[in-house]
Design a protein around this ligand. Sequence first.
Ligand code: NAD
Ligand code: ZN
Length: 373
Amino acid sequence: MNAKLTTKTIPVKLKENSHYIHIGKGLFKTIASHIAKLNPGNFGIVITSPNIYAPYRKLILKNFKPGKYKIIQVVDGEAAKSKKWLFEVVEELIRANSWKRRPFIVCLGGGTIGDLGGFVAGIYKRGIPYIQIPTTFLAQIDSSIGGKTAIDSPRVKNILGVIYQPKAVFIDPDFLKTLPLSHFKEGLAEAVKYGVIKDPQLFNFLKTHHKKILQGDPSCILRVITACVAIKAKIVEQDEKETKSLRTILNFGHTFAHALEGSLKYRKISHGQAVALGMVYAANLSFNLGFCSQQPVSQIKEILELFGLPTTIRFNQLKAYQSLVYDKKFLTGRLRMVILEKIGKVRVSEAISPSEIKKTFKVLNRPFIDKYR
Ligand SMILES: NC(=O)c1ccc[n+]([C@@H]2O[C@H](COP(=O)([O-])OP(=O)(O)OC[C@H]3O[C@@H](n4cnc5c(N)ncnc54)[C@H](O)[C@@H]3O)[C@@H](O)[C@H]2O)c1
Ligand SMILES: [Zn+2]
């Protein structure tokens, strides 16, 4: 790495396909030279989209020169994870094919582009190298790490996917300068999640520095990114394929979030908002079941409110319940969920009963009055 840049490098040590995650302000300015050192191939297909291409055009063109790279712009947002864009990228790879060329993919964008590009890389000719350059806060702390890739069918999100590790991940927080605050908050919900599941210090940092973080203070944001990435990398190292239920703890707040998203058909709520509500729900459920005291429940709610994330919602409880029942995590009449013990400690329970699930729905519908009871 460039000595002038203060780059933090976090390893992801796996049985196969170990790699590094590089985090540094300004890293993207000279990204082509960092990629070249990895020798992933000699022809890069850069997948990006208009919202990223427009503000970073100069740097993109400076780094990804014709002859060595081809830049393709897919649609912004979730629609990129579709059959249409899968085949657009595949066609581009086929066009780029020649006996001299060893193609690789560069995913330059949010989680949608990372998921699409990683998926194509995983299945094209049974796998070609790819590089993650995440440009949203969520992608920088979550989706670019761990090798989970997927596209959607018209009715079901992430239904086609593979676990396929990138050659490297390059995280440049400077990208966040152009990210709308609403998208930044998507990532904040996940950052709070990391604090809750593994890191009380991160949780405290988020609370005490919430104003600076919301104002986009670079050093605070760098610190949060580094802490989150380190947590996810460690979890992935220990349970890459999610066979030991260790990786499952990353789903804290997500069981209810997915049910809510499903019951609202993804229209009225963003994923970050759903995760915020899901964490409030999971924390309350844990309290109701006697796994934790009231204090961490109130702390979670407080921090989410500081970040302007929702903690109550009017929703159709029957629809949400049905959505939960049909969720793949529902095993033998009992729900599998990540349960809170205290800030920094969670565990997976396989035995949550339907009646508790329904009972706890109420906490999201009523104003929260109990503080440190
Ligand atoms: N693979 C995983 O482990 C994993 C984990 C979590 C989420 N995901 C997936 O990630 C996706 C969500 O990712 P996301 O939240 O990054 O959304 P996204 O990729 O849709 O990006 C959000 C919006 O911001 C724009 N954008 C991206 N970077 C920008 C920048 N620097 N400046 C201005 N605009 C920018 C995008 O064009 C898009 O319009 C979902 O499809 C989800 O399923 C995957
Ligand atoms: Zn999430």
